[in-house]
Design a protein around this ligand. Structure first.
Ligand SMILES: Cc1cc2nc3c(=O)[nH]c(=O)nc-3n(C[C@H](O)[C@H](O)[C@H](O)COP(=O)(O)OP(=O)(O)OC[C@H]3O[C@@H](n4cnc5c(N)ncnc54)[C@H](O)[C@@H]3O)c2cc1C
Ligand code: SF4
Length: 508
């Protein structure tokens, strides 16, 4: 009896559990480009093109390996509007009554599959180092879930950067050696860029015709769209960028969009690369003396630490997690997140690079766009939908805990032990943006005061009851309390004026 083997757009791995359980002689792989997935948030055109091109190439790879693949294209009039509709259509064609699928990374899709009038078996996604059960066991009985402790367990489990039972070099974490400011004129390597092949060219034309109104620039398009290319991108990163990955990890420079970041999240999240192979390649670079320990440890921590940790949180917290709003924030997302005009250089840089590349590095996401939304009290649901839409690597299991939890503190402190907020001083320290800004980063009040300065104090004041007793925020509140009361009143009143202008649609 034929079974349907559903392979989703972010499940493009030859070793996928659903494929491993299937029989190529009798089962039929179903892959579908459907409008519901392309449109449930206004995805960046580059992201849609990336996923469709990679799906088409993966389907061809499966066919060559002997699989029967029922592939539905977005521009085929017979294609149904949703994954569920396509499964029902293929079930009708083949007589199949059973579906095998590796558990999707989104509660929305899991819910849709569970409602199908077919026997659906959800298999564990084995492309992660910690299974959902591993994470639940680790979390059980802990009053606080902190990434650093989880990360150490992942080091022990994988043996990465371990010397016996001890961390290589004697320390678990080398962040103190990271986060330097690059010297002026420093040359950065660019991520590996790929020429457009015939499959990608066809997809680009399709996306250009259907999604031309969406936020985001489609061309030039240079992402890897298959495993061979993704492995080349990995190799390029290890050779060219990893050695200085740690040093300039948090820097932000006008015109430098990638610095030493890997831009591998897109390939990891689609399934073109496996996390462990990426980490082993980095570890080998250290063992061969090509990259220093601070860089390699920092890189591996992001993958076996943060990436695995946020996935664990997403599944642990359940389908309601994305609706969390612990701080009760209600403001609409300002128009400048979608490319509207702003006088703030840091925001303009982060948003325009997002529009062009469907990529921004972690500190841009956390300390520029995320920081502003949190300080301004924007509805976290709208912030979540923005991040999910605009980044090529955004899939809910990883995006939501980063946005709802780490960036917006909307989960009340499950991911982060304190809100990631800062005034303009931090942005000035880590970037060159303030030099060309219409606002004055040193000014605390008045028309030219940096909006991050005004909103920072107003945020702390507004949420005093919740955060004043947080030991990691004591210094911030002590500084606020030491300030001249008249100046405090002026800051709060200027912040209110700024927020009113934001709400009124004025250019801020
Ligand atoms: C508000 C917000 C939203 C985010 N949304 C996403 C998202 O949708 N998808 C996504 O993959 N990452 C997301 N991140 C995490 C992080 O910003 C990206 O993983 C990173 O910028 C990807 O670029 P890179 O590959 O060059 O990363 P590098 O700096 O080269 O890091 C190496 C790898 O570590 C992993 N990694 C690093 N930080 C994180 C993290 N916090 N969570 C999970 N993995 C991490 C990624 O796989 C990344 O490829 C978000 C962060 C914030 C603050
Ligand atoms: S002055 Fe403020 S708004 Fe302008 S770039 Fe600096 S931090 Fe951003």
């Amino acid at each position: 009896m034929t079974r349907l083997i559903l392979v989703l757009g972010d499940q493009l791995s030859a070793g996928l559990s659903a494929l491993a359980e299937a029989d190529p002689n009798t089962d039929c792989v179903v892959m579908a480009e459907v409008a519901a997935e392309a449109e449930y948030v206004p995805h960046h055109p580059k992201k849609i093109a990336l996923v469709l091109a990679a799906m088409r190439k993966f389907a061809e790879q499966l066919r060559r390996a002997g699989w029967r693949v029922a592939y539905s294209r977005l521009d085929d009039p017979d294609t149904g509007g949703s994954v569920a509709a396509e499964l029902l259509r293929r079930a009708g064609e083949t007589g199949a009554t059973e579906v095998l699928v590796t558990t999707p990374g989104e509660w929305r899709l899991i819910g849709q599959l569970r409602e199908l009038p077919l026997k659906v078996t959800l298999l564990p996604d084995r492309r992660f180092i910690a299974s959902r059960r591993d994470f639940e066991d680790w979390a059980k009985g802990r009053s606080q879930l902190r990434m650093e402790w989880f990360y150490r367990d992942m080091r022990r489990k994988t043996g990465l950067l371990m010397e016996g039972n001890q961390p290589a070099g004697g320390s678990w974490n080398y962040d103190a050696e990271n986060r330097k400011r690059p010297p002026s004129g420093h040359q950065f390597p660019a991520p590996m860029q790929f020429a457009t092949d015939s499959v990608t060219a066809e997809v680009l034309d399709l996306v250009a015709s259907r999604f031309d109104a969406s936020f985001g620039t489609l061309r030039p398009f240079w992402f890897a769209t298959d495993r061979v290319q993704a492995l080349q991108a990995l190799d390029h990163f290890i050779t060219e960028a990893l050695p200085l990955f740690g040093d300039y990890q948090d820097a932000m420079l006008t015109g430098e969009r990638f610095l030493y970041h890997s831009v591998l999240s897109v390939y990891l999240n689609l399934g073109l690369l496996e996390p462990l192979e990426v980490c082993r390649a980095a570890e080998q670079a250290w063992r061969h003396g090509h990259a220093p320990l601070n860089a390699v440890e920092g890189f591996i921590r992001q993958i076996i630490g943060w990436r695995e940790f946020v996935r664990g949180i997403y599944f642990l917290e359940g389908a309601g997690y994305t609706a969390s709003n612990a701080l009760g924030h209600q403001r609409d997302l300002p128009a400048f997140y979608w490319g509207g005009e702003t006088r703030m250089t840091c925001i303009r840089e982060a948003v325009s690079q997002t529009r062009d590349e469907a990529y921004a590095h972690h500190i841009q996401r956390l300390m520029i766009t995320g920081n502003f939304a949190l300080l301004a009290g924007v509805d976290p649901q709208q912030v979540h939908e923005w991040y999910l839409a605009v980044y090529a690597d955004a899939f809910e299991w990883v995006e939501a805990p980063n946005t709802i939890g780490m960036s917006q503190f909307a989960d009340g402190g499950i991911v982060a032990s304190k809100p990631y907020v800062s005034s303009g001083a931090y942005i000035n320290r880590m970037s060159d943006h303030c030099k060309t800004c219409a606002y004055d980063v040193k000014a605390k009040t008045g028309d030219r005061a940096c909006p991050f300065n005004l909103l920072y104090w107003s945020f702390l004041d507004r949420h005093r009851d919740r955060f004043a007793s947080n030991p990691r925020m004591g210094n911030m509140y002590r500084t606020w309390e030491r300030m001249d009361p008249d100046q405090c009143r002026t800051i709060l009143s200027d912040a209110d004026t700024l927020l009113a202008r934001l709400d009124g649609g004025d250019i801020v």
